[in-house]
Write a protein of this length. Structure first.
Length: 519
């Protein structure tokens, strides 16, 4: 037995085990699982990714320091331009000479939109950031006509009114946007142009149809319920899919979690609710497909997910004082360590459901409920930046289903919650990564990983995100208060690795194939 000293601790040790095999395949992970979201809201665009004149910005006004941080997150797709914003947005306002673009009232967020940053700027920015665009069309105040026009503008090469206007506006090459959202949260009374499930299903069907007539290579996402707790959840999916099943490719899910009563064991179990939400929506899709005798299987786009609640009171005050202001600091949640743990848990859930969830967007990316924050002078990583970065970096390949045995607990809303939750991904180069969350507030856990089915694996790295204060945050002056560290304690015996997983911690355990030639 090779020992790297699993030192003893005063706190009681609990044990958990995990068995993995190459055959325990869930699915090939779609790289679009690591998407994010930029909405025209608060300081996401103006003062976030775009800040002309700032010494950190380039000639396009793009903040280079922010782009560098986005690149480290390896964000595959970025949803844009909303969100609630899109339901009152005229895409035509956002193209052409800047000085001629109109300023508009944004009724979704009670602010003023200057349209200085628009479709061309976004596509250029996404390219610089190494991401693909996912574009939402307005099904609130508009419909199929404006949707088919924007597809023609963005994707048709030339020789038509809208494509030639794009070329005139400086983009000879089409943008080639492959992924489109059919509106946003259309079931919600807060949405401009809210619809019933039947009304939305009809609109989504006709819109998807003509968008695909313009460009048959695109994929479209129909709006599912705004969140699991919507009173119409379930019936919304069934009724709207009844109208549009054959013309859409994905159904959206949105979910934000909160911890208003400071109930940590319950908060950390919330990704179990996310698992159930995903399974229910997949079943609803299959029920409609079954009823229609369809050969088609719909997949899911979890295109808004995160923790969101810290900024609620502050936002009320900001809007009270400055209704119709521009680039107000709205939705600027400051994330603490416990939020990062749940975000890790949500990433585990996404991987566990990667057979159905093909697209997911951490909402959002910069300043607005975001992993990246900016000031005029700098930018820094919030606590939630780290788990997203880890899974985006090491979670590409084939998702495997670990068989986990863990002690359990019960929380306010959930029974039989395993202290250890985990997911695993086998990369193309045969390296293996286990992502593990320890939800125990008291105990570190000795996690034994049985990897005998893999042969010749060696532990490459054990990265741990841990802090003794669950309310600890990162800030501009102290950006690394909550940051990952590497652990070196483990024992190994004949393909079994035992590691210490600290109480309340997020863990990334990376294995690579040992070079047997070298012994
Ligand atoms: O991400 C913030 C908002 O949350 C989005 O605009 C909306 O879609 C959701 O309600």
């Amino acid at each position: 037995m090779e020992e790297h000293s699993l030192s003893s601790s005063n706190k009681a040790t609990k044990k958990a085990s995990l068995v993995l095999d190459k055959d325990y395949v869930i699915a090939a992970v779609d790289e679009r699982l690591y998407g994010s979201f930029i909405e025209h809201l608060g300081r996401a665009v103006y003062g976030g990714i775009y800040d002309p004149g700032n010494p950190n910005s380039d000639q396009n006004g793009f903040r280079r320091d922010v782009i560098e941080m986005v690149k480290k997150l390896n964000v595959s797709v970025v949803r844009y331009p909303g969100g609630n914003f899109v339901s009152g947005f005229n895409w035509e306002d956002s193209v052409g000479p800047r000085e001629q673009r109109p300023k508009r009232l944004d009724l979704a967020w009670s602010t003023t939109e200057p349209n200085e940053f628009g479709l061309h700027e976004f596509c250029d920015w996404a390219k610089e950031a190494g991401s693909k665009a996912m574009y939402a069309v307005n099904l609130g105040t508009r419909g199929p006509d404006s949707a088919r026009s924007v597809v023609e503008y963005a994707n048709h090469r030339s020789g038509s009114f809208w494509s030639d206007l794009r070329r005139k506006n400086g983009a000879e090459e089409p943008f080639g946007i492959k992924l489109w959202c059919l509106g946003n949260e259309m079931d919600g009374p807060w949405q401009i142009g809210q619809k019933t499930a039947h009304e939305y299903g009809r609109a989504a069907n006709e819109t998807a149809k003509v968008m695909k007539w313009v460009d048959p290579s695109i994929e479209v996402v129909a709006c599912g319920s705004s969140f699991h707790g919507m009173p119409t959840f379930g019936s919304w999916e069934l009724e709207m899919l009844d109208q549009c099943y054959e013309n859409v490719d994905y159904v959206s899910l949105h979910q934000y979690y909160t911890n208003p009563t400071n109930d940590l064991p319950n908060f950390l179990a919330k990704n179990i609710g996310m698992d159930a939400f995903i399974k229910t929506v997949a079943s609803l899709c299959d029920a409609v497909g079954g009823k229609k005798h369809s050969k088609k299987k719909l997949n899911l786009s979890f295109d808004e997910w995160n923790v969101w609640y810290h900024s609620a009171e502050q936002d009320k005050q900001i809007l009270k004082q400055n209704r119709w202001g521009q680039s107000l600091p709205l939705l600027e949640d400051v994330y603490n360590f416990e939020d990062a743990l749940l975000v890790g848990g949500m990433l585990i859930t996404l991987l566990r459901n990667s057979d159905r969830v093909k697209i997911a967007c951490l909402a959002q990316l910069v300043n607005v409920i975001a992993p990246i924050m900016t000031s005029k002078a700098s930018c820094w990583a919030q606590t939630i930046y780290w788990p997203f970065m880890h899974v985006s970096q090491y979670g590409r390949g084939t998702a495997l289903r670990p068989v986990i045995k863990s002690p359990l607990y019960s929380s306010t809303d959930y029974d039989d919650v395993p202290f250890v939750d985990a997911a695993a991904v086998l990369a193309e180069d045969d390296s293996l990564c286990i992502f593990a969350l320890n939800r125990s507030t008291e105990n570190h856990i000795e996690l034994s990983c049985d990897l005998r089915a893999f042969e010749n694996l060696c532990l490459e790295e054990h990265i741990v995100l841990q802090h003794n204060d669950v309310k600890a945050v990162n800030s501009e002056s102290e950006p690394y208060t909550v940051a990952p560290r590497t652990y070196h304690e483990y024992e190994t015996d004949d393909g079994k690795f035992t590691l210490r997983v600290p109480a309340l911690s997020w863990n990334v355990i990376r294995f690579s194939e040992q070079d047997t030639e070298k012994g």
